[in-house]
Design a protein around this ligand. Structure first.
Ligand code: GLY
Ligand code: MN
Ligand code: MN
Length: 430
């Protein structure tokens, strides 16, 4: 692995928390993700299933974790199944995990080959009353037109054991995963630190007429050089009016003299992610108007991030963030207070310039699991990301930091990433 070994105490703790939540005499089965094909024999980069990773730390395809805490045979209480290697795999793909390595990573004593899964389960299934199975339950943007490995296991299991009870493992993992352990915060911080190095490279490289993808390359260089696994998501390097398309990521335009560039980028390190956004002037000096818009967004970030503390409901935070942005839209001359007072509440005017949510959980997923109906608690990590987008002025500005919620407020994990106007100008011109 490119990342430093994660102490298996994390996964042992996670399993302990997970099994404390499952019903009596049930078996939890978590599986890895598929390796997806692009075309011919080429494949996309492998990304592990995050619920499986959370419970065992194994970063390899064809992995299954079985947890049956009430099994009368102690050896059936925790079993890890991994892919058995052979000469062919060794020659073409290199080493796969041995049973000993898999035990060391996960802390699971009983490790079996995955081809023995069905017969091993058979001897346990009739003792049990039900199964917990994994499924992608992300609230937004889940496409259901592709069958995942989890979907296949659900079908297989229900066909084979139709009269057992079935439960959602994700309902448990989404609650557990929102509260980060110290080990997880260390990994998110590492991802942030690599992002900061990438941002410094961008500040050194940017100049009029450079291509957006050249700046993307600097981020990629620093991410790989520092042991990051991959970009947390395809980086957004959006100059001028491109910054007004929220998920622009073709990154193929020329950065013109006088434009501002929005960079929204993150690093995945040890499967944990950072997610940060900065805006910089192509020529090293923000124009008067860019400065005004940037200062407004920075004000909203500073004020809004103070709201991220235990006890606040995400919906109330978002409401207060809207009020902050509205105030700034008036100061910027984009909206009139009187128009806001008379607006149709179904079609608020601010949405013309500010159309997205400004906080999400961050962890194994960039838009991490967690319920937005529940108040924030210590140990959660969230982004804060206000933005103002003015297509008619070819200015789009978003600023995004990552915050760890503490007992009394929060800690800005991205504190060391330059954000003040003077600081950014100075670094570009250094
Ligand atoms: N980069 C996606 C987001 O900020 O949520
Ligand atoms: Mn982002
Ligand atoms: Mn974000």
């Amino acid at each position: 692995m490119r990342y430093q070994t994660i102490p298996n105490s994390l996964f042992i703790k996670n399993r302990k928390k997970f099994i404390s939540k499952i019903k009596d005499n049930t078996i939890a089965i978590l599986t890895s993700n598929d390796i997806k094909h692009t075309n011919a024999d080429d494949v996309m980069g492998f990304a592990q299933n995050n619920d499986l990773f959370y419970l065992c730390g194994i970063d390899q395809e064809e992995t299954i974790v079985v947890l049956y805490p009430d099994a009368y045979k102690t050896e059936n209480r925790e079993i890890l199944f991994i892919k058995e290697t052979n000469e062919h795999i060794k020659i073409w793909d290199g080493e796969k995990l041995t049973k000993e390595q898999a035990f060391k990573i996960s802390g699971i004593h009983r490790v079996e080959w995955v081809h023995d899964f069905e017969k091993t389960l058979q001897s346990m299934a009739f003792e049990a009353d039900g199964f917990y199975l994994g499924h992608n339950e992300h609230i937004k943007r889940v496409t259901h037109n592709q069958q995942t490995q989890q979907d296949r296991w659900i079908n297989w299991c229900k066909e084979k054991y139709p009269l057992h009870q079935y439960y959602r493992a994700a309902k448990i993992t989404r609650a557990l995963r929102t509260i980060k352990s110290d080990e997880e915060i260390t990994l998110i911080q590492k991802a942030v630190d690599i992002s900061i190095k990438g941002f410094h490279r961008v500040l050194k490289t940017v100049k009029p007429n450079c291509k957006e993808y050249e700046l993307e390359a600097e981020l990629t260089y620093m991410l790989i050089k520092n042991g990051g696994t991959r970009h947390a998501f395809k980086p957004i390097v959006a100059s001028g009016k491109n910054a007004c398309a929220l998920h622009y990521n073709t990154n193929d335009s020329i950065c013109k003299e006088g434009d501002m560039i929005l960079l929204d980028f993150g690093v995945c390190y040890g499967n944990y992610n950072s997610d940060t956004t900065r805006c910089i002037p192509v020529n090293g000096k923000f124009s008067k108007r860019q400065k005004e818009v940037y200062s407004s967004v920075l004000y909203c970030l500073k004020k809004g991030s103070q709201l991220l503390k235990p006890g606040i409901l995400p919906a109330d935070y978002e409401k207060q963030m809207v009020t902050l942005v509205e105030e700034q839209l008036i100061i910027l001359g984009l909206l009139q207070a009187s128009d806001i007072a008379n607006q149709d509440p179904e079609k608020p005017l601010y949405k013309k310039y500010f159309m997205h949510g400004t906080a999400h959980h961050l962890g194994l997923d960039v838009h991490d699991v967690g319920l937005y109906s529940q108040v924030l608690k210590p140990g959660m990590v969230l982004t804060c990301e206000p933005g103002i987008y003015i297509p008619e002025e070819e200015i789009g500005c978003r600023l995004e930091n990552d915050y760890l919620i503490t007992e009394t407020g929060n800690i800005n994990l991205t504190q060391a990433m330059p954000i003040e106007i003077n600081e950014i100008e100075k670094l570009i011109n250094a």
